[in-house]
Design a protein around this ligand. Structure first.
Ligand code: ADP
Ligand code: MG
Length: 245
Protein backbone atom coordinates (compact mmCIF):
# COMPACT_ATOMS: atom_id res chain seq x y z
CA UNK A 1 0.00 0.00 0.00
CA UNK A 2 1.20 3.53 -0.74
CA UNK A 3 1.48 6.40 1.71
CA UNK A 4 -1.64 7.89 0.18
CA UNK A 5 -3.78 4.84 0.98
CA UNK A 6 -6.27 5.52 3.78
CA UNK A 7 -8.28 2.32 3.61
CA UNK A 8 -7.50 -1.08 2.23
CA UNK A 9 -9.43 -4.32 2.49
CA UNK A 10 -7.57 -7.46 1.51
CA UNK A 11 -9.42 -10.68 0.85
CA UNK A 12 -12.29 -9.51 3.02
CA UNK A 13 -14.83 -12.26 3.67
CA UNK A 14 -18.12 -11.75 5.46
CA UNK A 15 -20.86 -14.37 5.63
CA UNK A 16 -24.18 -14.53 7.40
CA UNK A 17 -24.67 -18.25 7.97
CA UNK A 18 -24.32 -19.87 4.55
CA UNK A 19 -24.71 -16.61 2.69
CA UNK A 20 -21.33 -15.20 1.68
CA UNK A 21 -21.92 -11.46 1.30
CA UNK A 22 -18.34 -10.28 0.81
CA UNK A 23 -16.21 -12.80 -1.02
CA UNK A 24 -12.48 -12.01 -0.76
CA UNK A 25 -13.06 -8.35 -1.49
CA UNK A 26 -10.07 -6.15 -2.25
CA UNK A 27 -10.81 -2.44 -2.09
CA UNK A 28 -8.62 0.55 -1.44
CA UNK A 29 -9.40 4.22 -0.94
CA UNK A 30 -6.73 6.90 -1.27
CA UNK A 31 -6.45 10.11 0.68
CA UNK A 32 -8.80 12.83 -0.68
CA UNK A 33 -10.55 10.28 -2.84
CA UNK A 34 -14.35 10.03 -3.12
CA UNK A 35 -15.36 6.45 -3.90
CA UNK A 36 -19.01 5.69 -4.64
CA UNK A 37 -20.09 2.09 -4.14
CA UNK A 38 -22.98 0.92 -6.26
CA UNK A 39 -24.65 -2.45 -6.59
CA UNK A 40 -28.03 -4.14 -6.38
CA UNK A 41 -29.97 -4.12 -3.16
CA UNK A 42 -28.49 -6.90 -1.01
CA UNK A 43 -25.11 -6.81 -2.77
CA UNK A 44 -23.32 -6.08 0.51
CA UNK A 45 -22.69 -2.32 0.35
CA UNK A 46 -23.93 -1.61 3.87
CA UNK A 47 -22.27 -4.75 5.19
CA UNK A 48 -18.95 -3.56 3.80
CA UNK A 49 -19.28 -0.16 5.47
CA UNK A 50 -20.31 -1.83 8.73
CA UNK A 51 -17.32 -4.17 8.71
CA UNK A 52 -14.98 -1.19 8.15
CA UNK A 53 -16.51 0.56 11.14
CA UNK A 54 -16.10 -2.67 13.14
CA UNK A 55 -19.85 -3.09 13.59
CA UNK A 56 -19.70 -6.57 12.03
CA UNK A 57 -17.07 -9.20 12.73
CA UNK A 58 -15.39 -10.52 9.57
CA UNK A 59 -14.69 -14.12 8.64
CA UNK A 60 -11.42 -13.71 6.79
CA UNK A 61 -9.07 -11.13 5.32
CA UNK A 62 -7.87 -7.83 6.65
CA UNK A 63 -8.98 -4.24 6.93
CA UNK A 64 -6.21 -1.65 7.09
CA UNK A 65 -6.86 1.94 8.16
CA UNK A 66 -3.87 4.20 7.72
CA UNK A 67 -1.78 1.06 7.47
CA UNK A 68 -2.98 -0.39 10.77
CA UNK A 69 -4.74 -3.75 10.76
CA UNK A 70 -8.01 -2.75 12.44
CA UNK A 71 -9.50 -6.19 11.88
CA UNK A 72 -7.11 -7.64 14.44
CA UNK A 73 -9.40 -8.78 17.28
CA UNK A 74 -7.06 -7.23 19.84
CA UNK A 75 -7.71 -3.76 18.43
CA UNK A 76 -9.82 -1.41 20.56
CA UNK A 77 -12.93 -0.86 18.41
CA UNK A 78 -13.85 2.44 20.06
CA UNK A 79 -10.43 3.86 19.30
CA UNK A 80 -10.80 2.83 15.64
CA UNK A 81 -14.32 4.26 15.37
CA UNK A 82 -13.02 7.56 16.72
CA UNK A 83 -10.94 7.79 13.50
CA UNK A 84 -13.92 7.21 11.19
CA UNK A 85 -16.94 9.46 10.62
CA UNK A 86 -20.18 7.68 9.78
CA UNK A 87 -23.58 8.82 8.54
CA UNK A 88 -26.40 6.38 7.89
CA UNK A 89 -29.68 6.63 6.02
CA UNK A 90 -31.75 7.21 9.13
CA UNK A 91 -31.08 10.46 10.92
CA UNK A 92 -29.52 9.05 14.03
CA UNK A 93 -29.17 12.25 15.98
CA UNK A 94 -29.79 12.08 19.71
CA UNK A 95 -33.33 13.47 20.09
CA UNK A 96 -32.84 14.66 23.68
CA UNK A 97 -29.73 16.70 22.86
CA UNK A 98 -29.49 20.10 21.19
CA UNK A 99 -28.01 20.33 17.71
CA UNK A 100 -24.79 21.75 19.15
CA UNK A 101 -24.54 18.98 21.75
CA UNK A 102 -25.11 16.39 19.02
CA UNK A 103 -22.23 17.89 17.07
CA UNK A 104 -19.84 18.12 20.02
CA UNK A 105 -20.58 14.93 21.93
CA UNK A 106 -18.05 12.83 20.04
CA UNK A 107 -15.24 15.32 20.52
CA UNK A 108 -16.06 15.70 24.19
CA UNK A 109 -16.73 12.08 25.13
CA UNK A 110 -14.37 10.21 22.85
CA UNK A 111 -11.58 12.71 22.24
CA UNK A 112 -11.84 14.45 25.63
CA UNK A 113 -11.82 17.85 23.93
CA UNK A 114 -12.62 20.62 26.45
CA UNK A 115 -16.22 21.86 26.23
CA UNK A 116 -15.39 25.42 25.13
CA UNK A 117 -13.09 24.20 22.37
CA UNK A 118 -15.55 21.54 21.12
CA UNK A 119 -18.36 24.11 21.09
CA UNK A 120 -16.28 26.68 19.22
CA UNK A 121 -15.54 24.06 16.55
CA UNK A 122 -19.16 22.92 16.50
CA UNK A 123 -20.49 26.47 16.07
CA UNK A 124 -18.00 27.19 13.32
CA UNK A 125 -19.04 24.05 11.43
CA UNK A 126 -22.76 24.75 11.91
CA UNK A 127 -22.16 28.26 10.63
CA UNK A 128 -20.45 26.86 7.57
CA UNK A 129 -23.45 24.70 6.68
CA UNK A 130 -25.93 27.48 7.41
CA UNK A 131 -27.36 25.93 10.58
CA UNK A 132 -25.90 28.22 13.24
CA UNK A 133 -29.37 29.47 14.19
CA UNK A 134 -30.37 25.94 15.19
CA UNK A 135 -27.49 25.32 17.61
CA UNK A 136 -29.77 25.32 20.66
CA UNK A 137 -32.72 23.62 18.97
CA UNK A 138 -33.57 19.95 19.28
CA UNK A 139 -33.31 17.83 16.11
CA UNK A 140 -37.09 17.40 15.76
CA UNK A 141 -37.37 21.11 14.90
CA UNK A 142 -35.26 20.54 11.78
CA UNK A 143 -36.19 19.20 8.35
CA UNK A 144 -34.78 15.84 7.31
CA UNK A 145 -32.24 17.57 5.09
CA UNK A 146 -31.12 19.81 7.93
CA UNK A 147 -30.85 16.80 10.26
CA UNK A 148 -28.65 14.95 7.79
CA UNK A 149 -26.44 18.03 7.45
CA UNK A 150 -26.11 18.08 11.24
CA UNK A 151 -25.26 14.36 11.15
CA UNK A 152 -22.53 15.11 8.59
CA UNK A 153 -21.21 17.97 10.72
CA UNK A 154 -21.13 15.62 13.70
CA UNK A 155 -19.22 13.07 11.63
CA UNK A 156 -16.55 15.57 10.54
CA UNK A 157 -16.28 17.45 13.86
CA UNK A 158 -13.47 15.20 15.04
CA UNK A 159 -11.49 15.38 11.78
CA UNK A 160 -11.82 11.70 10.87
CA UNK A 161 -9.38 10.04 8.48
CA UNK A 162 -12.28 8.50 6.57
CA UNK A 163 -15.96 9.28 6.11
CA UNK A 164 -18.43 6.45 5.50
CA UNK A 165 -21.80 7.59 4.13
CA UNK A 166 -24.48 4.94 3.63
CA UNK A 167 -27.46 6.06 1.53
CA UNK A 168 -27.61 9.31 3.40
CA UNK A 169 -30.28 10.80 1.14
CA UNK A 170 -32.49 7.74 0.68
CA UNK A 171 -34.94 8.67 3.45
CA UNK A 172 -35.27 12.30 2.35
CA UNK A 173 -38.01 13.99 0.40
CA UNK A 174 -36.65 14.58 -3.11
CA UNK A 175 -36.47 18.36 -2.69
CA UNK A 176 -34.12 17.94 0.30
CA UNK A 177 -31.61 15.64 -1.40
CA UNK A 178 -29.68 18.45 -3.12
CA UNK A 179 -28.71 20.37 0.01
CA UNK A 180 -27.21 17.23 1.55
CA UNK A 181 -25.30 16.18 -1.56
CA UNK A 182 -24.06 19.75 -2.03
CA UNK A 183 -22.50 19.49 1.42
CA UNK A 184 -20.81 16.20 0.49
CA UNK A 185 -19.45 17.84 -2.66
CA UNK A 186 -18.10 20.66 -0.50
CA UNK A 187 -16.35 18.18 1.80
CA UNK A 188 -14.75 16.65 -1.26
CA UNK A 189 -13.48 20.08 -2.32
CA UNK A 190 -11.98 20.49 1.14
CA UNK A 191 -10.12 17.22 0.80
CA UNK A 192 -12.17 14.70 2.79
CA UNK A 193 -11.65 11.01 2.06
CA UNK A 194 -15.07 9.48 1.47
CA UNK A 195 -16.43 5.98 0.85
CA UNK A 196 -20.16 6.19 0.21
CA UNK A 197 -23.17 4.44 -1.23
CA UNK A 198 -25.88 6.33 -3.06
CA UNK A 199 -28.59 5.84 -5.62
CA UNK A 200 -28.01 9.35 -6.93
CA UNK A 201 -26.14 8.54 -10.11
CA UNK A 202 -26.00 12.14 -11.26
CA UNK A 203 -24.19 12.98 -8.05
CA UNK A 204 -21.86 10.00 -8.51
CA UNK A 205 -21.16 11.13 -12.03
CA UNK A 206 -19.94 14.60 -11.08
CA UNK A 207 -18.56 14.08 -7.55
CA UNK A 208 -17.01 10.60 -7.51
CA UNK A 209 -13.37 10.08 -8.32
CA UNK A 210 -14.12 6.39 -8.73
CA UNK A 211 -17.26 4.29 -8.95
CA UNK A 212 -17.08 0.73 -7.67
CA UNK A 213 -19.72 -1.78 -8.72
CA UNK A 214 -20.20 -4.66 -6.28
CA UNK A 215 -21.61 -7.94 -7.47
CA UNK A 216 -21.33 -11.44 -6.06
CA UNK A 217 -19.42 -10.12 -3.07
CA UNK A 218 -16.63 -8.70 -5.20
CA UNK A 219 -15.77 -5.69 -7.29
CA UNK A 220 -17.14 -6.57 -10.70
CA UNK A 221 -16.04 -3.29 -12.22
CA UNK A 222 -14.54 0.01 -11.14
CA UNK A 223 -13.21 3.18 -12.67
CA UNK A 224 -13.93 6.84 -13.30
CA UNK A 225 -17.68 7.56 -13.20
CA UNK A 226 -17.84 8.43 -16.89
CA UNK A 227 -16.49 5.00 -17.72
CA UNK A 228 -18.45 2.82 -15.28
CA UNK A 229 -21.75 4.69 -15.56
CA UNK A 230 -21.67 5.60 -19.26
CA UNK A 231 -19.74 2.71 -20.75
CA UNK A 232 -20.05 -0.26 -18.37
CA UNK A 233 -18.09 -3.33 -19.42
CA UNK A 234 -19.65 -5.93 -17.15
CA UNK A 235 -23.06 -7.41 -17.92
CA UNK A 236 -24.15 -7.08 -14.27
CA UNK A 237 -23.27 -3.38 -14.26
CA UNK A 238 -25.25 -2.85 -17.47
CA UNK A 239 -28.24 -4.70 -16.03
CA UNK A 240 -28.05 -2.74 -12.78
CA UNK A 241 -27.82 0.63 -14.54
CA UNK A 242 -30.61 -0.14 -16.98
CA UNK A 243 -32.95 -0.95 -14.09
CA UNK A 244 -32.35 2.52 -12.64
CA UNK A 245 -33.65 4.41 -15.60
P1 ADP B 1 -26.94 -3.56 0.44
O1 ADP B 1 -26.57 -2.51 1.43
O2 ADP B 1 -26.03 -3.63 -0.74
O3 ADP B 1 -28.37 -3.47 0.02
P2 ADP B 1 -26.57 -5.35 2.69
O4 ADP B 1 -25.15 -5.22 3.02
O5 ADP B 1 -27.54 -4.62 3.54
O6 ADP B 1 -26.79 -4.98 1.15
O7 ADP B 1 -26.98 -6.86 2.71
C1 ADP B 1 -26.24 -7.86 2.03
C2 ADP B 1 -26.82 -9.21 2.34
O8 ADP B 1 -26.53 -9.55 3.69
C3 ADP B 1 -28.33 -9.31 2.18
O9 ADP B 1 -28.62 -10.59 1.68
C4 ADP B 1 -28.81 -9.18 3.59
O10 ADP B 1 -30.05 -9.84 3.76
C5 ADP B 1 -27.72 -9.87 4.38
N1 ADP B 1 -27.59 -9.35 5.75
C6 ADP B 1 -27.23 -8.10 6.08
N2 ADP B 1 -27.18 -7.96 7.42
C7 ADP B 1 -27.52 -9.16 7.94
C8 ADP B 1 -27.63 -9.68 9.27
N3 ADP B 1 -27.38 -8.91 10.34
N4 ADP B 1 -27.99 -10.97 9.41
C9 ADP B 1 -28.22 -11.75 8.33
N5 ADP B 1 -28.13 -11.33 7.06
C10 ADP B 1 -27.77 -10.06 6.85
MG1 MG C 1 -27.54 -0.86 2.18
Amino acid sequence: MSAATVLETEGLVKAFGDRVVLDRLDLSVDRHEVVVLIGASGSGKSTLLRTINLLEPIDDGQILLGGEDISDPRVDADRVRARIGVVFQQFNLFPHLSVLDNVTIGARRVHRTPKAEAEATGRRLLERVGLADFAKAHPDRLSGGQQQRVAIVRAIATNPELLLLDEITSALDPQLVGEVLDLVAELKEQGSTILMTTHEMRFAEHAADRVVFLSGGRIAEQGPPAQVLRDPQHADTRAFLSRLT
